[in-house]
Design a protein around this ligand. Structure first.
Ligand SMILES: [Zn+2]
Length: 625
């Protein structure tokens, strides 16, 4: 695909949770919990008129779904601020400080005053119907091989409540996540190369990870804005894998190009969407379709609409494995139905040729026309098919602006319309925070080292291999490595390999490596230094510590891993030599390899390999000479 010709433009929006002691506007801890909630709040949110007097498009759409919201709350993990029953406490300055560090690393201009604003959000994820947010910095930049990318804004905001699920039309949220400080980094939408988006996301990630941010699944969320000249701006939410970004861009461009092609064909055919909704339940009294008969038996309805000039286009693929019909169905599904049936896939799914013909007769379809079916309870079915009608009408005119959800196969799925900008107003409960030049300069004097800088430095300073240094930085173990190195005389490679590789293996084997703090690692390394255990025994001692066997020394003793004295080692080797005297006579020095293996097996890590090697070599030499 020629992206340049298509006028491809992309931007990124990255949300990162900060690892502060407390939440942004209350003293609760920033930890998620899986405990049973102590109580539940029930709320019903409606859109309010924002300052500009316009109801936000996305907000309005959500309210049409008439959802009630349940909030799972706790006596200790959450407080009245999350429940919106108490005004917010003063802004958490630790969060501001981290935001200022990140802003400085991204070369941004910091604001003089931080104003807390309210951003209207009525999908229920905020108990107050708004999210608190404020601008920290603007106009930064990142260099890429395709040119400079502008970082437009950096905002500090509250994370939303955690969506747990849905039950009987009520959406259930947990309040533990609400209020965790969250940074929003937005680039300008000027990126033109899919690889450039990945690079910028990677670089921003590196900057974030050089500071106190949360790690792990769900703590960073990446959204991708994509548009092409003839298409529309689309925001794909929740892109997990950076390496998938270029493919995701490709699939979205493909989708828009195909939708444009469908649009042009519809215009050529003079296509239109009839407003009428037909009740066709009567045509399905004896149907073999499980979905339809189930809906009817519950007192539901089968509704149909007529799409003039659409035949053959609904089944057209727009993204790998996803058809134009999938796009229509996504709008229906947002209204709570499980899906739609359309002309281009019928007869199928138990719907017979005769039933198809009956609908075509009733709707007076020509052979260029298509129909859509939805079966569910009357209200849901009507809302769903109205949405399909709306989407189908748009398809004749343009590619719609949408917020979409990233799927694991690099495709995406319709989530809601793209929010309009009119949804910010001032939070009057929180005073302005002045950011003085002195305060900022102090922060900028002590900026952290970026992960990449750290990687290069530790290779140089400790003579580590490239892979080991990369692993240490990636696993966030480089700081621990340096702390341990300052307290041990052991060689850097042994320490590095324990942190970069051994611990990973232990975790993979199911051991509780949270027991392995720096002091128990330093204690274990000290045993090697003092000659009490062999290097080879490090991993066994660590396993013992994970199993709660006590201090490194106690563990080594209990596991019988302490080194043998030189005399004990020599005695064992003498035994081995007399057992293998024939082999030695036959192979001479060539017997070294076999005997070395046997000795190490017998000594089980309780002797130094170098000593064993030397003893063997001397003794074999003496025998054959
Ligand atoms: Zn709280």
């Amino acid at each position: 695909m020629n992206y340049e010709q298509l006028g491809l433009k992309m931007g990124l929006e990255i949300h990162q949770q900060l690892n502060t002691e407390k939440k942004l506007f209350c003293p609760c801890e920033c930890e998620l919990t899986n405990k049973k909630p102590d109580y539940k709040l029930l709320r019903y949110l409606r859109p309010t008129q924002s300052e500009l007097g316009k109801i936000d498009r996305a907000a309005f759409e959500e309210s049409r779904r008439k959802l009630e919201f349940v909030y799972e709350s706790y006596d200790h993990e959450t407080c009245l601020v999350e429940a919106d029953d108490e005004p917010p406490h003063p802004l958490n300055m630790e969060a501001i400080e981290i935001a200022l560090i990140i802003a400085s690393l991204l070369n941004m201009s910091v604001v003089d005053e931080f104003h807390t604003m309210r951003k209207q959000v009525i999908d229920g994820s905020n108990t107050g119907g708004f999210q608190r947010t404020g601008l920290v910095a603007t106009q930064g930049h990142i260099e890429t091989e395709y040119g400079t990318v502008v970082i437009e804004n950096l905002c500090l905001e509250e994370d939303a409540a955690r969506r747990i699920g849905e039950k009987k039309g009520k959406t259930i949220f947990r309040l533990d996540r609400l209020g965790i400080p969250l940074l929003e980094v937005t680039t300008d939408p000027s990126m033109k190369h899919p690889e450039q988006v990945r690079d910028v996301a990677y670089q921003i990630g590196q900057v974030l990870r050089s500071t106190k941010v949360k790690r792990g699944l769900g703590t960073i969320r990446q959204d991708l804005n994509i548009s092409i000249a003839e298409g529309a701006r689309v925001e794909i939410k929740g892109v997990q894998d950076l390496d998938m970004m270029p493919t995701m861009v490709e699939h979205e461009v493909q989708r828009q190009v195909n939708l444009i092609e469908i649009m042009k064909e519809l215009q050529n055919r003079n296509a239109s969407v009839n407003d009428e909704i037909y009740n066709v339940s009567g045509l399905f009294e004896k149907t073999d379709s499980k979905i339809i008969s189930k809906a009817l038996s519950k007192g539901g309805t089968v509704l149909s609409i007529k799409l003039k000039g659409f035949r053959g286009l609904i089944g057209k693929e727009v993204q790998p494995g996803r058809r134009f019909g999938t796009e229509l169905a996504a709008y229906a599904k947002k209204m709570g139905v499980s899906g739609i049936f359309h002309t281009d896939e019928l007869p199928a799914y138990g719907i017979s040729d005769e039933e198809v013909k009956n609908i075509e007769d009733k709707l007076e379809l020509s052979d260029m026309d298509a129909f859509i079916l939805v079966a569910d309870n009357e209200e849901k079915a009507r809302n769903a098919i109205t949405e399909v009608q709306r989407r189908a009408k748009i398809s004749i005119l343009e590619v719609p602006e949408e917020t979409r959800k990233a799927l694991e196969d690099a495709n995406s799925e319709y989530l809601r319309p793209l929010p309009t900008a009119s949804r910010m107003y001032v939070e009057t409960d929180i005073p302005t925070t002045v950011i003085t030049r002195e305060y900022l300069e102090n922060i900028q004097k002590n900026l952290p080292e970026l992960p990449e800088e750290k990687r290069v430095r530790i290779i140089e300073e400790y003579k580590l291999s490239n892979d080991m240094a990369t692993q240490l930085v990636r696993l966030d173990k480089a700081d621990d490595f340096e702390v341990i190195m300052s307290q041990t005389n052991l060689d850097p490679t042994t320490v590095g390999s324990t942190l970069a590789y051994t611990m990973k293996e232990l975790r993979r084997d199911g051991h509780d490596i949270s027991m392995l703090d720096n002091s128990s690692l330093i204690g274990t390394f000290a045993l090697v230094e003092k000659g009490k255990i062999a290097k080879d025994a490090i991993s066994d001692v660590l396993v013992g510590i994970c199993k709660n066997m006590g201090s490194p020394e106690q563990t080594a003793n209990q596991l019988n891993l302490t080194m043998l004295s030189d005399e004990e080692v020599e005695a064992i080797i003498d035994d081995l030599i007399s057992e293998n005297i024939e082999i030695i006579k036959e192979r001479k020095m060539g017997a070294m390899g076999a005997l070395m293996g046997k000795s190490m097996q017998k000594l089980q890590g309780k002797a130094d390999g170098k000593l064993v090697n030397k003893l063997l070599k001397d003794k074999i030499y003496n025998i054959i000479n």
